[in-house]
Design a protein around this ligand. Structure first.
Ligand code: PLP
Length: 338
């Protein structure tokens, strides 16, 4: 498996740490339960960090190779992906334009102008907000066509950076974990993480499959029903394996995306998210986020409480970032912090 074959722009601080969560483990797992670890992809270094740094190294590599002068992408209003793309563009001296889909409409004004939106603007990104339900990929292509007509050279990055090329970033994460698990004596890793646009999980399962590691991965969905999400991840992982030239197909049952923690919908706070977020803050001094990792962690907490992991497993929560969105979600914690 050779990632060197792909053009890449260095954006992050690698490897991100793999750390024990000792106090959370004592609280949830006890002396006889599985050990708990956290892969700190919130510490990638780019613009407060997060999972999109890994994807953007490959996507920006390709944009530069093509001679692009502008990065174009889309996301929800409080998109971490848009914020990281904005920073990557600034780093590379490219312009950046982003379509923001107003998927959450029941939030106070801070949702639309604080957190990631504020940072997008600091990076000089041109934002275009469109109503929830807009066909975002088509709208992005329309914007690209308009910019090309003006003589610009846009490079279009799909939502979440989740195509096969971007997902290579999470194949690289598997390579880091192999080294770290060996060095730290983790024998039976079980990865848990939040899954949205599917690239993180696709890269993880593709990398694990290509290396023949057999590590289970449990995705915790944040927006789509289980069948839909698993099919999306599986198809994308298969495209990642094709890109890597790995011939053996990925068995469908390697993809698990639990949809039990989404609540009312994407970006809508849940009681489980609020509980998990405070639990991690108060036991580990680590901030997770209200849209992705908070729900992912709520899933992990529920699985631990239900004894769904074997006692000899080493559970690794991949912290994909996102805590800057907390400043757009203060309202979701009013009751908990009253
Ligand atoms: C984008 C994102 C995810 C989801 O990753 P996908 O590759 O889109 O499935 C999880 N956590 C955070 C903080 C994110 O920004």
């Amino acid at each position: 498996m050779n990632l060197e074959a792909f053009p890449r722009v260095r954006l992050g601080h690698w490897p991100t740490p793999l750390e024990p969560m000792r106090r959370l483990q004592a609280h949830l797992s006890g002396p006889d339960g599985p050990r708990l670890f956290i892969k700190r992809d919130d510490c990638t270094g780019l613009a407060t960090g997060g999972s999109k740094t890994r994807k953007l190294e490959f996507l920006l590599g390709e944009a530069v190779r093509q001679g692009a002068d502008t990065l174009l992408t889309h996301g929800a209003v409080q998109s971490n992906h848009v914020r990281q793309t904005a920073a990557a563009a600034a780093f590379a001296g490219l312009q950046c334009e982003a379509l923001l889909e107003a998927r959450v409409t029941n939030a106070p004004a801070e949702y639309a102008d604080s957190g990631n939106v504020f940072l997008d603007k600091l990076f000089g990104t041109r934002l275009h907000t469109v109503p929830g339900g807009t066909a975002m990929d088509a709208a992005l292509e329309d914007l690209a066509t308009r910019l090309r007509a003006e003589g610009r050279k846009p490079y279009v990055i799909p939502g979440g950076g989740s195509n096969a090329l971007g997902s290579l970033g999470y194949v690289d994460c598997v390579l880091e974990l192999v080294q770290q698990c060996r060095a730290m004596g983790l024998k039976k890793p079980h990865i848990v993480h939040a899954t949205g646009s599917a690239g993180t999980q696709a890269g993880l399962v593709a990398g694990i499959h290509a290396l023949g590691l057999g590590w289970p991965v449990t995705g915790i969905g944040v927006r789509a029903a289980r069948e839909v999400q698993e099919a999306r991840v599986h198809a994308l992982a298969q495209r990642v394996l094709d890109l890597l030239g790995h011939a053996t197909p990925l068995p469908r049952d390697k993809v698990v995306a639990d949809d039990g923690y989404i609540g009312a919908g994407y970006g809508q706070p849940t009681a489980g998210m609020v509980e998990a977020l405070q639990m991690v803050a108060r036991h580990e001094g680590i901030l997770i986020d209200p849209v992705y990792t908070g729900k992912g962690m709520a899933g992990m907490v529920a699985m631990l409480r239900a004894r769904r992991f074997a006692a000899d497993e080493d559970v690794i929560f991949v912290h994909t970032g996102g805590a800057t969105a907390l400043f757009g979600y203060r309202w979701a914690f009013d009751t908990a912090l009253a």
